[in-house]
Ligand binder design. Structure first.
Ligand code: URA
Length: 433
């Protein structure tokens, strides 16, 4: 078999066989296929797509490209949630402790920030001392003892996805439906949880810009998971504006902790409770409505917050930061972004908000970049809010004042102010089962 023929076949819009897909993923994993041929096939897939059968085969090949978690050692039902990536999306930090506090195991493998989107592992590392690498034994033992562990994906785990993702990120081939589905579901299936809830983001801050495409992606991933014997649900949630008011790593941890203290932003709280409700329901804890109520109770009686503190302690983090989120170190400088005219915030290009946060140092331009955990944006106004000319719409935070200008320009260019009040968009567009 030759990689050249596989690229040509897909370039010409033909269907690849299982053997060809396995050959490709084996070559990605063992390094025998050069980056330019991997990238060329990703681009051909981007343009020509894949059938459901090809996407399933690609997913299973990614799943089988490395080690799998031996989940038989974890007692009880394990449930996971995965977001397709957004801006200000700190839901895992709230949802995982809620679910674990109610007795359902969460063995979570999370990612780092990608492009304009943030990642749970980076956010957790904003907590001084927090270890996002555990051995398999430590991971399993922590899940068994306290019900929750959150780690980064190890190198041995779905290694083909690591390689593929790095190349897709720099060759403009991230937003391809079969490639996203195989990437996410390949990793989820290798983690081998019993139940998986997917948070498929839709809108300007996500990889899928329309509700239709997001629903299609959700359907595809749910079907792949079910085919592999998993209980699956996907929620389609709004990413046409950032979730909550904080964008940036420690800022988002603070907002997540405040949400677990019962004083989080409305939109973020609603999405978190709904996701937690579906996770608990899939795990057999009752109807979705009953489970959403249980999730609310776990916030009001403090048990979800205690579970996060327990997890931070178990993974070496400074738990006093969670108990007193106001003690997180602050960025040296802040800068107010002011409205250029009066009117309603009609729209906010959320991807650009993510980029503005990246420009302040909160994300990476290359895999080697260091993150400034304190940097980011605190929004004061969001889509639908009325602003007076000169009123603060956001505060930028960074350790280097010279970063403010580009971030401010990006934010202002992304914020449309109009005299017309915009139509309110739903927070949750639909559920795919
Ligand atoms: N998240 C992933 O893990 N993979 C993708 O391809 C996109 C988002």
């Amino acid at each position: 078999m030759r990689m050249y023929d596989i690229i040509k076949k897909k370039r010409d819009g033909e269907e690849l066989s299982k053997e060809e897909i396995n050959f490709f993923i084996r070559g990605v994993t063992d390094g025998s296929i050069p980056d330019y041929q991997i990238s060329a096939l990703c681009m051909a897939i981007y343009f020509k797509g894949m059938t459901v059968r090809e996407t399933c085969d690609l997913t299973y090949a990614v799943r089988d490209s490395g080690e799998k978690l031996d989940s038989s050692q974890i007692q009880g039902i394990r449930v996971d949630k995965h977001s397709t990536g957004g801006v200000g999306d700190k839901t895992s930090l709230v949802v995982a402790p809620i679910v674990a506090s109610l007795g359902v195991k969460v063995a979570k493998m999370s990612g780092r920030g990608l492009g304009h989107t943030g990642g749970t592992v980076d956010k957790l590392e904003a907590i001084k001392g927090f270890q996002t690498t555990l051995s398999d034994e430590e991971f399993v033992s922590q899940v068994n003892s306290i019900g929750l562990a959150i780690v980064g994906q190890s190198k041995q785990f779905a290694p083909a996805d690591k390689k593929l993702y790095a190349l897709r990120d720099v060759t403009a081939t991230v937003d391809s439906m079969p490639l996203i589905a195989a990437s996410i579901m390949g990793k989820k299936l290798a983690a081998d949880d019993d139940c998986i809830v997917l948070d498929v983001k839709t809108g300007s801050g996500s990889f899928m810009k329309t509700v239709e495409r997001s629903k299609e992606l959700a359907r595809l991933m749910v079907d792949i998971g079910k085919n592999a014997g998993k209980k699956m649900t996907a929620l389609i949630t709004n990413m046409d504006r950032p979730l909550g008011y904080a964008i940036g790593n420690s800022l988002e941890v603070i907002e997540a902790v405040e949400t677990l203290m019962g004083r989080g932003p409305e939109d973020f709280t609603e999405v978190s409770l709904t996701l937690a409700g579906h996770m608990l329901s899939l795990a057999g804890m009752g109807t979705v409505e009953e489970c959403i109520q249980k999730a609310k109770d776990s916030i009001s009686d403090g048990s979800a917050l205690r579970k996060l503190i327990e997890t931070v302690r178990a993974q070496g983090g400074d738990e006093t930061l969670i108990e007193h989120p106001e003690t997180f170190e602050k960025a040296k400088y802040s800068h107010s972004v002011l409205a250029q005219r009066s009117g309603y915030i009609a729209s906010a290009d959320t991807e650009s908000y993510g980029i503005a946060s990246l420009l302040l140092g909160a994300g990476r331009n290359t895999a080697e970049d260091e993150i400034d955990y304190k940097a980011g944006i605190l929004l004061k106004k969001k889509t639908g809010d009325y602003v007076q000319k000169g009123e603060e719409i956001a505060v930028l935070l960074a350790d280097d004042e010279s970063l403010f200008q580009a971030a401010e320009e990006t934010l202002l260019a992304a914020t449309e102010i109009s005299i017309e009040r915009p139509v309110e968009e739903p927070l949750i567009y639909g559920i795919v089962k």
